[in-house]
Design a protein. Structure first.
Length: 373
């Protein structure tokens, strides 16, 4: 399953011609393991058998990349009916749904998660374009407007910034932020789709948040911004980078070569790549200030680093981590989050999708297929 450097090191939205129509077997296997008949992505590793808005949003994106409109519509319907009270145009989806203590199946946490909302709005906008289905565009635009209404704050000294959710992240003089909630290709795409200048402002603050979270080249899961001192360690998670932060490297690597932010983030996060190159597996948790490392991250951690490793032409580390990710992909061990990271990382590396500087999504099947199945 090795990929040549000529195929890996592609810029912008260039895609190889090797992938055939609907040829993404990993997405088909993901559906078999995690997608219920009615369109719910189930994390079976949890006692509550939870579904998150994040899982639904990622699955929407994967279905679009896999040219699977039937699954896309199924996932969208379940999300609308169960997480948004029947109307995604009016309500941001609740973050968590599952089996409650009394045995009933319902929303367990009504707060929204901004990263899920970003991916969902973006996937809808790109689905409208790629599948020529304007109804998705209207819904995506409404969802994007609700994000701007409920999950964005004007922070003195930082600017217009995305909050992790509508509730619970702001005090009088501080804001709790999550750098892994800020996929810049998606934010650029929402700026293009909507034409609202606030998205470009969010992109600028997002870059600052990502850099502020990684003072020594390792991103933190959470970070605090205060009016008095700027960026500081989050008082709850302290300076730990782990299961949240691993996505920072994933999203950064997906930026196209034409975007100057890619090189800026690559330089800032280079210590993480250097560390990973010396290890069989990326560390599970890292102290972003002490640089203490513990444990081995799941195979999906290796997959999350693949785009940055490819861009940096670190061929030996790339092949090592690619092999680890591919060999462990979808083994039916119900590691939902690891498998999600692996679909993102390997899907990008194997050219199933690319983003250009404006966040325009290019998918392999447009070169081989006339219509979705």
């Amino acid at each position: 399953m090795l990929v040549s450097s000529s195929l890996i090191l592609l810029a912008d939205t260039s895609l190889g011609a090797g992938a055939g129509c609907n040829a993404w077997p990993f997405w088909q296997r993901f559906k078999e393991l995690y997608l219920s008949a009615d369109g719910r992505v189930v994390d079976r590793s949890t006692a509550q058998q939870v579904t998150t808005s994040e899982g639904q949003a990622y699955a929407l994106f994967f279905a679009l990349v896999g040219n699977d409109r039937a699954a896309f519509d199924q996932i969208l319907r379940w999300t609308r009916d169960n997480l948004a009270g029947g109307d995604l145009a009016k309500s941001l989806p609740a973050w968590q749904w599952g089996r409650a203590g009394d045995g009933s199946w319902r929303v367990l946490d009504t707060n929204a998660a901004a990263d899920a909302d970003l991916w969902m709005a973006y996937a809808l906008g790109e689905a409208a374009r790629l599948w020529n289905a304007p109804e998705y565009s209207r819904l995506g635009a409404a969802l994007a407007a609700n994000i701007l209404r409920d999950e964005v704050a004007s922070i003195p000294g930082l600017g217009t910034a995305l909050l992790p959710g509508p509730k619970g992240f702001v005090t009088e003089r501080s804001w709790r932020l999550n750098p892994s909630y800020l996929p810049l290709p998606v934010i650029h795409g929402l700026a293009r789709q909507s034409g609202d200048p606030r998205w470009l402002e969010i992109a600028q603050s997002s870059e600052k948040i990502i850099l502020g979270s990684a003072p020594q080249g390792f991103a933190a899961d959470w970070i605090e911004f205060t009016t008095a001192g700027g960026f500081a360690a989050d008082p709850t998670s302290r300076d730990i980078g782990g299961y949240e932060a691993i996505r920072v490297y994933l999203w950064a690597g997906m930026l196209p070569a034409s975007d100057p932010t890619r090189q800026k983030l690559a330089e800032a996060l280079k210590p993480m790549l250097s560390s990973a190159a010396k290890r069989v597996a990326p560390a599970e948790t890292i102290g972003t200030r002490t640089l203490s490392m513990r444990g081995e991250g799941a195979p999906g951690f290796s997959a999350a680093l693949l785009p940055m490793l490819a861009n940096a032409r670190m061929s030996s580390a790339l092949q090592s981590h690619r092999k680890r990710a591919a060999e462990n992909l979808l083994k039916n061990d119900q590691n939902y989050y690891s498998d999600v990271l692996t679909l993102f990382g390997l899907g990008w590396l194997e050219q199933h999708y690319r983003f250009n500087r404006a966040g325009l999504l290019s998918v392999h099947w447009t070169h081989a297929c006339d219509r979705p199945h």
